[in-house]
Design a protein around this ligand. Structure first.
Ligand code: ADP
Ligand code: MG
Length: 572
């Protein structure tokens, strides 16, 4: 094929694809425009996912003679030159959103500018205006997007389920609510109100809407940053105490100059601030607002404007890390006895008191995690030896004796392994033991969790959960798998929902549910166990198929061999 320039319509559709990836991108772009127009009320309504999306605002509106221009590529009222971009704080600036949306959907707009008495109506098809007129409209703008991607079958095919897309939309609405507490946001999905923020300027009130009252009340306010070199970045927001955590990073929100962004740098800074405070695979809830001089960031990295570049990465990193860490240290009492987030000392750090003349290199591990079983699965009984329980240490480790030395067993990890295998088997045989609750339990859900529940209810019911939707953003829990401990049911359900996000593979999904169940049902570290309980736990661990690691892959036990003991004590 010879080289030729693409037809304008094809070019427009390709460009549109970069800005409008999925229904949530439409919502994001429209909401950003409303915010740039100074709106204090923004209503988002969705029907049938891609069929009907409407965003209404009470912003400045668009003057009649500019309305059509708004749909032209690279037409924007927000900057006139690149220099403006360096100082500007508007969310939009590329003039791409409206034309892009109009190329991949049917669009109607009614807008009334603050200085006009009647509204302007426009209807567009394939990016071109096909109808125009005058309509009554309060000050502000209403944009209705119909049949998104109907003319781009390839894109339509790649969309996830309706509920997953709605979940993304809820997330966009939630994130912008967190970024703009002064704006009253409403999100209605298929006639159900999914989100409604008060718009009173208080971030904690928005947190209550998005993550529930309990979480909102427990959140710690992030204090001021220390001066960093030349300038002091302004930081504010909230971070969860270590008692509240989530199974993925999607509860960490970053807003830079009120723009919702994603940033590995900032995520690392927050994670580092929580170092030693959260367990493996656990992440905090946080909303971090950073105000930086516009010239010290570059927002023009990607068409969706979700990535930004910082001119001074170390300063930004230290500001976020320092402020969050200080908040946690000052406002959160550190528990005196608690489970260590790190595994017991291994090769690198010989336990004090066991120092020998041997150099580290020569020195085999004193306490070594039992290496995973050889690939060919051994018969269950031969995987770990029969153990005789001697006692418990720190209410966390079971000390046991085997044919070749001493074993330390992490009671929580071991119990997790046992429960995980048990529930996987029960689930496969459709024999999960179920426990009905005497009193059904109401659980508050985030908009995202609510969406997840609607799609994943089936998976949950296979594991013995009986859950029904219950009013707005809540569900009613009637029965649970019997192994789930009585307390913390609500947390467990939410965590399971979170873990299912983005997991399309059914068997992985089942594994994740089983892992969460095992984790919540297992004895905690710090819980004193009777001799009998420990014996029972060890006996069950011996029967497990993969007894040496917990479902997350951490060791369940460490071994101190007889030979090792003899050498260390100079006996042989
Ligand atoms: P950008 O936001 O990058 O300027 P858009 O294509 O999103 O580009 O919008 C084009 C222009 O249309 C904006 O610059 C703005 O002037 C106008 N506009 C779009 N949406 C609204 C709205 N909700 N209220 C007022 N003006 C709007
Ligand atoms: Mg825009």
């Amino acid at each position: 094929m010879s080289i030729r320039v693409l037809a304008p319509d094809t070019i427009a559709k390709i460009a549109a694809g970069e800005v409008v990836e999925r229904p949530a991108s439409v919502v994001k772009e429209l909401v950003e425009n409303s915010l740039d127009a100074g709106a204090t009320h923004i209503d988002i309504e969705i029907k049938g996912g891609t069929n009907w999306i409407r965003v209404t605002d009470n912003g400045t509106g668009i003057p009649r003679d500019e309305a059509e221009l708004a749909f032209q590529r690279h037409a924007t009222s927000k900057i006139t030159s690149l220099a403006d971009l360096e100082n500007g704080t508007s969310l939009g600036f590329r003039g791409e959103a409206l034309p892009s949306i109009a190329h991949v959907a049917q669009v109607e707009m009614v807008t009334r500018h603050e200085q006009e008495t009647s509204g302007t109506y426009l209807r567009l098809q394939d990016g071109r205006v096909v109808d125009r007129g005058i309509r009554a409209h309060p000050q502000g703008t209403t944009i209705t997007v119909r049949n998104l991607f109907r003319n781009v079958p390839a894109r339509l095919k790649y969309l996830k389920s309706l509920a997953a897309e709605n979940g993304q939309i809820s997330n966009v609405a939630s994130q912008y609510s967190l970024a703009f507490p002064v704006v009253r946001f409403t999100l209605v999905i298929d006639g159900r109100r999914a989100l409604q923020t008060p718009g009173n300027g208080r971030l904690r009130d928005v947190l209550a809407e998005v993550y529930g009252l309990q979480v909102a009340q427990a959140m710690l306010e992030v204090g001021k940053a220390e001066k960093q070199g030349g300038f002091t970045p302004v930081i504010s927001g909230y971070a969860s105490p270590s008692s509240i955590s989530r199974a993925n990073r999607s509860y960490i929100t970053f807003l830079v100059n009120q723009r919702w962004i994603q940033s590995r740098l900032l995520t690392r800074a927050v994670e580092k601030a929580y170092e030693g405070l959260l367990g493996v695979g656990r992440y905090p809830i946080a909303v971090i607002n950073l105000s930086l001089p516009p010239h010290s960031i570059d927002v023009n990295v990607h068409p969706t404007k979700r990535e930004i570049r910082f001119a001074q990465e170390p300063i930004v990193f230290n500001t976020v890390y320092g402020a969050v860490r200080r908040t946690l240290m000052e406002k959160m009492p550190v528990p005196e006895v608690g489970p260590s987030p790190h595994p017991l000392p291994t090769t690198e750090e010989p336990a004090p008191g066991f120092a020998t003349r041997a150099t580290r290199e020569e020195r085999p591990a004193l306490l070594s995690p039992i290496s995973p079983a050889t690939p060919a699965r051994a018969a269950p009984s031969s995987v770990i030896p029969a153990l005789h329980v001697l006692g418990q240490s720190a209410a966390t480790y079971i000390i046991a004796e085997g044919p070749d030395g001493v074993y330390l067993i992490d009671q929580h990890a071991a119990h997790e392994r046992i429960l995980f295998e048990k529930v996987m088997v029960q689930q496969a045989r459709k024999e999960v033991e179920v426990q009905s609750l005497l009193e059904p339990l109401t659980i508050e859900l985030s908009p995202r969790q609510e969406q997840l529940l609607s799609v994943r209810e089936e998976t949950l019911s296979r594991f013995g959960f009986v859950i029904e939707p219950f009013g707005e953003r809540a569900c009613l829990l009637r029965a649970v798998p019997a192994m789930l401990a009585r307390e913390g049911l609500a947390e467990a359900v939410k965590e399971i929902l979170d873990s299912l996000e983005e997991e399309d593979d059914l068997s992985k999904r089942e594994e994740k549910v089983a892992m969460s169940l095992a984790c919540h049902g297992a004895v905690r570290a710090g819980q004193a166990l009777s001799q009998e309980e420990m014996r029972e736990l060890v006996k069950q661990l011996e029967k497990a198929t993969s007894p040496r690691t917990c479902p997350h892959g951490r060791p369940t036990m460490l071994h101190l061999s007889s030979g090792r003991l003899q050498r260390e004590f100079g006996r042989g």
